[in-house]
Design a protein around this ligand. Structure first.
Ligand SMILES: [Zn+2]
Length: 289
């Protein structure tokens, strides 16, 4: 247990000591060739006060997320209090705003029977009713700035996902290198198993610019990324965080999570997966160091 103090000299000295100790531990572990679990234990002791948000180099590839690993690498000391999450009806992390859907874990798949309540937006697209006004405000704000932005996808049903899954698997199978079962496994590992697509929540939206483009470089998507949190949205698949989402970066895909989570997630440059994980016991221990 460390003694709490606000003396800056003490803190500076402690930082130096921790830094040197940390380096020594890393070198010792490197030379001793010890396994990852002991590395993690010892690095916990030497983590700097502001931890880096970088994904470790040896981190899992998409589809093979090690849920025990990431929290220690991010500074969660300013994580929003649980009481500020959700609403009166559904307080906390179990609120509909934070519904996590990804292809990493079957507990994060939606069932075939999951149909959100939807309201029409424009261009043949609807959005989950509870968040539709925020989406309209987000679009209106971009257009008021002079950007031409359109929706290219919102809701995707389970059965449409199954059609896409079968299509992707047979395309790979037709290349002649894999059996159909292997092709299906490959598509599953890419995060495209039916029920694993966040678009089924009705809270996800893909935007394109006037050319139908969805690339980071376009001014429209840059503006959307910089302002999404003001309307309760996050960039759901940021570049460099594929290990956490299990999906390739998708610059045009935004997800509604409400203003509290959106502000935090975008400011930290993290993902919905990391945000939810930050409330886990392990992350709370990291916070308390
Ligand atoms: Zn999308």
């Amino acid at each position: 247990m460390r003694i709490k103090t606000k003396n800056p000299t003490y803190l500076a000295v402690r930082r130096v000591i921790l830094g040197v100790a940390g380096l020594a531990v890393v070198l010792a572990v490197l030379f001793a060739g010890r396994d990852n679990s002991s590395l993690l234990e010892e690095e916990k002791e030497s983590l700097p006060e502001i931890a880096t948000t970088a994904v470790p180099e040896n981190f899992a590839v998409p589809g093979e997320l090690d849920w025990e690993y990431p929290p220690g690498w991010i500074d969660y000391s300013d994580l929003p209090a649980l009481e500020t999450l959700g609403d009166e009806e559904q307080p906390g992390l179990s609120n509909w705003r934070y519904l996590l859907v990804n292809g990493l874990d079957r507990s994060n798949y939606l069932r075939e029977s999951y149909y959100p309540d939807m309201t029409y937006v424009e261009g043949g697209y609807s959005f989950q009713t509870r968040a539709v006004e925020d989406l309209k405000a987000f679009l209106a704000a971009a257009r008021a700035e002079g950007y031409t932005v359109s929706i290219s996808r919102t809701y995707m049903s389970y059965s449409d996902q199954r059609v896409r899954f079968n299509g992707m698997a047979s395309t790979i199978y037709d290349q002649g290198e894999l059996t159909l079962a292997e092709a299906e496994t490959k598509v599953t590992n890419m995060g495209y198993f039916p029920g694993a697509d966040e678009h089924q929540t009705g809270l996800a939206v893909n935007f394109v610019d006037e050319n139908g483009d969805a690339k980071f470089a376009t001014p429209v998507l840059t503006w959307m990324r910089e302002h999404c949190a003001e309307y309760g949205f996050i960039l759901r698949y940021p570049e460099g965080r594929e290990a956490y989402t299990g999906r390739e970066a998708e610059p045009g895909h935004f997800r509604y999570v409400g203003d509290v989570a959106a502000e935090y997630i975008m400011r930290k440059g993290i993902t919905l997966e990391e945000f939810k994980l930050a409330y886990s016991q392990e992350a709370q221990e990291v916070k308390a160091w």
